[in-house]
Every structure is written in structure tokens, then in C-alpha cells.
Design a protein around this ligand. Structure first.
Ligand SMILES: *Cc1c(COP(=O)(O)O)cnc(C)c1O
Length: 470
């Protein structure tokens, strides 16, 4: 009798019987059984069978300070003991919510004055839709309702979040998108125009926004929303010309700019917010995930002065809010989390040390015969698995090469995520250079295992392979 395996089997059986997972095909899961994660420390997680796994995805892009940080546990315990809950409706507030709003405004910079809290990224993007429409109605332009987003964007999974997002599979369920949401093409250089000059492509991709504004009529457009770097879409890093040109177009037509900073915010790209690195000044910034390093749910919107002034001076009551807006325990944990990021200099370390080091490693990785378009920004990175990269030939979709590779990663103690044929990572911001080395060894090992596997199945393009592997 193996008691560890018995325990795992028991949990898997109960899981299958009762737990409906997010984004999961349950028939497929029932055949294999879920991997049960039982503990974590620093950049590692352990499953119920005792396997140690390098978590190169920081959970779901959120465990920025790493696992096992007692400071966050203590902050939660202290706040729960003192005041576990009170709301901010009806002219009340709690100390952690007030202090966190002040802190986030300081980190965001001069352009911003207020913070609206929620408990997730999806909720925060619902807030954005409500807020920009209320803003324009207050200014006497209620016909400005349309929000323009992008294909392959991810803005959450509520009706509004999924509508803003550009994922066809999500729109296909539930009658989405909701009205007055439009989409333009994403700035995906390697996928859409690999032979075009990168910066010229960035300008052209931003130009699609202007085309869409003119098609709809500028007087009907409320805002444009985008992730500074698309995350769930596969770590799509835009050319450096893209965001300044988006900003110029928004300014030209007076439309609001929303950056969804749920992944990029709180240090992921080496600045407190991605927009600070990529050259735009959004009117609203969505945050969640990294604000508490995922230890407890918290999200919100950083509100720029342009919007805050109108809402506060002219807007009257904003009929919107959540029971847990400004939850004191979540806000106390966020303050402790930001304190760690500041005192350990993790954001600067990503910008000056670990980010550039990862970029060097990814430049090396680009030599692997399977790897196309490898690139990174801060501590997020991605590449495409290519059948014949010299001739830019992808695998057939039904091969499911991303899932094959992900299987080899799981088997070799590495969490690397597959998005279609793109393989992506976003390790915790506390990851050291030595741990990046360790992660790269695992990535190479998993890629070689994937290559062998594909060769054995006769799925590689053989002429190209021999040329590249020689
Ligand atoms: C994860 C994510 C969201 C949704 O956040 P939830 O907390 O899951 O609702 C929204 N936007 C972006 C960019 C995200 O990565």
C-alpha cells in the first residue's frame, strides 16, 4: 500500500465528483486526474506525490514576491484580529484601504489621484466600463459608449471582462461580446508580419486603432483598452513604437486610454506599471494579481486626474461598488507586499539585473531548432514552437504541439504554460540569476524531450531539422 498515492487518488476522485474547475475540459481531466498541489516555498511548488516543481508562471502571473513570505501572513493575521471586515459604503472607510490608495497613487505617478478597489481583474474591468461611460455621460456626451479592444486580448472572464477580451472561444459561449465593444488586430509582429521592420509594424498596428475610430465615428468612442504586454494571449510584446502612437491617436480624438496592468503592474516588466516602461500615460489602469502577490484576492482601478476630477466634481453618486471594495485584510496584505517589493529592490532588480539576464538566456534559446520568435521583457517571456522555423512553417493545429511540450515540462518538474503553440513563462520577481540558470536548464531539457518525441512521431520537418541541428 502506498499511502501517498492513496491520498492523491482519494482527492482526485472527490475532485472529479464535485469540483468544477475554471477553464477545464472535465472529461479529459477525469481520465488523468488533477495534479494536487499541496505546498510551496520561494519559486517552487510541491504536488501531493512529493514532486518538486519550478513554478515559472508565478501561479497565474501573481506570486511576485514568491511563496512562503511570512510578512504577508503576519499582516493578514494582524488585520484579521483587529478588524477582519468593514466596508467603504455609506461614508465609512478602513485604515488599510486608505493607506493603500495613497501608496498606489504614489507609485503610479503625477497623472493619478484616486484608486477604486475590487477583488479581481475581471471586476475591475467591469468598473472601467461603468466608469468611462459615466464619465462621458457626466460631460454631456452619453453617446460615447464604445470601447475598442484587441483580438487575443485577455481582460477577465465576467460578461464584461470576456467581452473586452478578444478570445473567440470565450465569445462563443454566453452570447458575447455585450453591445458597444469593438476589436482591432493585435500587435503581434512574429505572428502577423515577421518580415516587416518591427518598428514600422508597430506604427501600422497602432494605426488600426485610428481606422476603427473613424469607422465607428470618434463621437461614439469612449475608450481604448489594452494590456501593455498581452499576457494570456501568449506574452505578445509590442514593438516600441506601438504605445506612443496609440497614445497620440487617443489624444487626437480625445478618447480615454485604459491600460490593463493586471499582469504588468507591480514590477513584472521592471517598473511599477508596464505603461511607465512602454511610453504611454493611461487615464485608467486596471490592477489585480501582483498587488497582493496572489496571497489574497484584491483588484482595482487607478484613476487618472482627468477622470477623477469629473467624477468627483460633477458626477454625483457613482452607483457602483462591491461588498469587498477596499477589503481591509486584502489591503493590509497588499501594503506588506509592496513593502517587500520596495525594500528588497525587486522592481529595480528586474529592470537592471534579472530581466536583462533572462533576455540573454532567451537569445541563446532562440538557437534551438524548435524555437521561433523568442523574446522577453522584464520577467515575462515567450516563444513559438515551429515545425520549420527557417521557412516560418508552424505545426498543424491538430498536432497540439504546445500541449505536448507542456506535458514534458510537467514530467520534468517545470511549470511552463502553453498558449496554442506559444510557450510562456513569468517567474516570480524574487527569482535569482542562479534560479534563472536552473530554469533554463529545465527549459532546454523539456524542449529536447519534445523534439525527440515529435521526431519519433514523424512530425518534424526533416530537411530543416538536419540543417539546424547539425
Ligand atoms: C488575469 C487577468 C485579468 C482577470 O483577472 P481575474 O482576477 O482573474 O478576474 C484581467 N486582465 C488581465 C490582463 C489578466 O491577466
Amino acid at each position: 500500500m502506498n499511502t501517498i498515492t492513496d491520498f492523491t487518488n482519494d482527492i482526485q476522485t472527490i475532485d472529479s465528483a464535485h469540483y468544477m474547475h475554471p477553464f477545464t475540459d472535465h472529461k479529459g481531466l477525469a481520465e488523468k486526474g488533477a495534479r494536487i498541489i499541496t505546498k510551496a516555498d520561494n519559486v517552487y511548488i510541491w504536488d501531493s506525490e512529493g514532486h518538486k516543481i519550478f513554478d515559472a508562471m508565478s501561479g497565474l502571473w501573481c506570486v511576485n514576491v514568491g511563496y512562503g513570505r511570512k510578512e504577508l501572513v503576519d499582516a493578514a493575521a494582524k488585520q484579521m484580529t483587529e478588524l477582519p471586515y468593514y466596508n467603504s459604503f455609506f461614508q465609512t472607510a478602513t485604515v488599510p484601504a486608505v493607506k493603500l490608495a495613497e501608496k498606489i497613487v504614489q507609485l503610479a505617478g503625477d497623472n493619478y489621484s484616486h484608486v477604486f478597489f475590487s477583488s479581481s481583474g475581471s471586476e475591475s474591468n467591469d468598473t472601467n466600463i461603468r466608469m468611462v461611460r459615466h464619465y462621458w455621460a457626466t460631460l454631456g456626451q452619453p453617446e460615447r459608449k464604445v470601447i475598442i479592444s484587441r483580438n487575443n486580448a485577455y481582460h477577465g472572464s465576467t460578461m464584461a471582462g470576456a467581452s473586452l477580451g478578444g478570445m473567440g472561444g470565450m465569445h462563443a459561449q454566453g452570447g458575447l461580446p455585450i453591445p458597444d465593444i469593438a476589436h482591432i488586430e493585435q500587435p503581434y509582429h512574429y505572428g502577423l508580419a515577421p518580415t516587416e521592420d518591427r518598428d514600422a509594424f508597430g506604427m501600422r498596428a497602432a494605426g488600426w486603432l485610428e481606422t476603427k475610430i473613424l469607422e465607428i465615428g470618434a463621437e461614439k468612442v469612449a475608450a481604448f483598452i489594452g494590456e501593455p504586454v498581452q499576457g494570456a494571449g501568449g506574452v505578445i510584446i509590442p514593438p516600441k513604437t506601438y504605445w506612443p502612437e496609440i497614445q497620440r491617436i487617443c489624444d487626437k480624438y480625445g478618447i480615454l486610454l485604459i491600460c490593463d496592468e493586471v499582469i504588468c503592474g507591480f514590477g513584472r516588466v521592471g517598473k511599477w506599471f508596464g505603461s511607465q516602461l512602454l511610453g504611454c500615460k493611461p487615464d485608467l489602469m486596471t490592477f489585480a494579481k501582483g498587488v497582493t502577490s496572489g496571497y489574497i484576492p484584491l483588484g482595482g482601478v487607478v484613476v487618472g486626474k482627468r477622470v477623477a476630477k469629473v467624477l468627483i466634481e460633477l458626477g454625483g453618486e457613482f452607483n457602483h461598488g462591491y461588498t469587498y471594495s477596499g477589503h481591509p485584510v486584502a489591503c493590509a496584505v497588499a501594503l506588506a507586499n509592496i513593502d517587500i517589493l520596495e525594500h528588497e529592490g525587486l522592481v529595480d532588480r528586474v529592470l537592471n539585473e534579472t530581466g536583462p539576464y533572462l533576455a540573454q538566456q532567451y537569445a541563446e534559446l532562440a538557437k534551438h531548432p524548435l524555437v521561433g520568435g523568442a523574446e522577453s521583457i522584464g520577467l515575462m517571456a515567450g516563444f513559438v514552437l515551429m515545425k520549420d522555423k527557417a521557412n516560418h512553417i508552424a505545426f498543424d493545429e491538430d498536432v497540439g504541439v504546445g500541449m505536448i511540450c507542456r506535458g514534458h515540462c510537467f514530467a520534468n518538474g517545470l511549470i511552463m504554460r502553453a498558449v496554442g503553440d506559444r510557450m510562456i513563462i513569468a517567474p516570480p520577481l524574487c527569482t535569482t540569476k542562479a534560479q534563472i540558470d536552473e530554469m533554463m536548464v529545465l527549459i532546454h531539457k523539456c524542449l529536447n524531450a519534445t523534439l525527440n518525441d515529435l521526431e519519433q512521431r514523424g512530425l518534424m520537418h526533416h530537411v530543416a531539422l538536419k540543417m539546424n541541428v547539425a
